[in-house]
Design a protein around this ligand. Structure first.
Ligand code: SF4
Ligand code: SF4
Ligand code: SF4
Length: 272
């Protein structure tokens, strides 16, 4: 039973968030929302334990499509970074602000960049592309994320300073156009760099939150040095160029791990 502890803990964490938000904000939507996300994540981990090959992808589709289609397109909530700034500026603790607080700011203290492996609707599409592991070494282009982060902030701040009307509608269209742009840039970069996750490594502004917070992550890949034979098979399958054999938190690209467990699956000694 010990091996089922992780999905149970994940379910418990999300249920705690669901019930707390439901009762404190007096809105039953949060009970449904976080219960659904928690159950999807727990299901993915459970299927992984059962050695089902597409376990992570199932969770990615369950959560990613729910947020993109149901919350974003049908519910008219801008769930991107612009939506976070928008609700933050208006002082409303709602969908995007709660989503960012749970999945991208405080959640990573527990589950690192699990969001990037199991829930992101951008990566949900990029992971279907042919370059699951990068064909070339990582480029020094990570600075671009700070530019896109700043642009997102300036865009929303400018709308507020200009007292633009009908902001809700603008934010909805910003969500649609922003996603189309993200998908277009992500797909082009994947083919140019021969790396499905090039967008995540160089462009995604959300990593400005995700990386520092996941530095302190409770759940992370660790290497049992007494079992490791330095065969290097783990590094060959990592989509994020992580050196997972180095257990220090300062390891190269340590805050890049998306907890996909590909390295653990590939390890012949069960050292990860
Ligand atoms: S880095 Fe950005 S685009 Fe990539 S999975 Fe994470 S949140 Fe999604
Ligand atoms: S292969 Fe391992 S180190 Fe690389 S992202 Fe996946 S879980 Fe993290
Ligand atoms: S695959 Fe396993 S044994 Fe090989 S280097 Fe990685 S951790 Fe060590």
């Amino acid at each position: 039973m010990k091996k089922y502890l992780l999905p149970a803990v994940m379910l418990l964490v999300f249920e705690t968030v669901a019930v707390t938000l439901w009762l404190t904000l007096n809105n039953i939507f949060y009970l449904f929302n976080f219960s659904y996300i928690g159950a999807s994540i727990a299901l993915g981990i459970f299927l992984y334990i059962k050695k089902y090959r597409y376990a992570r992808r199932i969770t990615q589709l369950l959560v990613g499509l729910y947020i993109l289609v149901y919350l974003g397109i049908i519910g008219n909530e801008n769930m991107q970074l612009e939506g976070f700034w928008y609700y933050l500026f208006t002082g409303v603790f709602e969908a995007a602000t709660i989503h960012y607080a749970v999945a991208k700011i405080f959640g990573p203290l527990i589950f690192g960049r699990g969001w990037c492996g199991y829930a992101c609707w951008t990566a949900m599409v990029l992971d279907f592309l042919p370059y699951k592991t990068p064909r070339h070494p990582r480029k020094k282009l990570g600075w671009i994320r700070y530019v896109t982060f700043a642009l997102s902030f300036v865009f929303v701040a400018a709308l507020f300073l200009a007292h633009v009307g009908n902001m809700e509608r603008i934010m909805f269209w910003a969500f649609i156009i922003g996603n189309v742009l993200y998908y277009a840039v992500g797909i082009v970069l994947a083919f140019v760099f021969k790396d499905n996750r090039a967008f995540c490594k160089y462009i995604c502004p959300v990593t400005v939150f995700l990386k520092p917070m996941s530095y302190f992550a409770l759940f992370r890949i660790k290497c049992d040095k007494s079992k490791c034979i330095s065969c290097g098979k783990c590094k060959k399958v990592c989509p994020m160029d992580v050196d997972m054999t180095d257990n220090s938190r300062k390891r190269k690209n340590g805050t890049e791990c998306i907890l996909c467990f590909e390295c653990a699956k590939a390890c012949p000694k069960k050292a990860l």
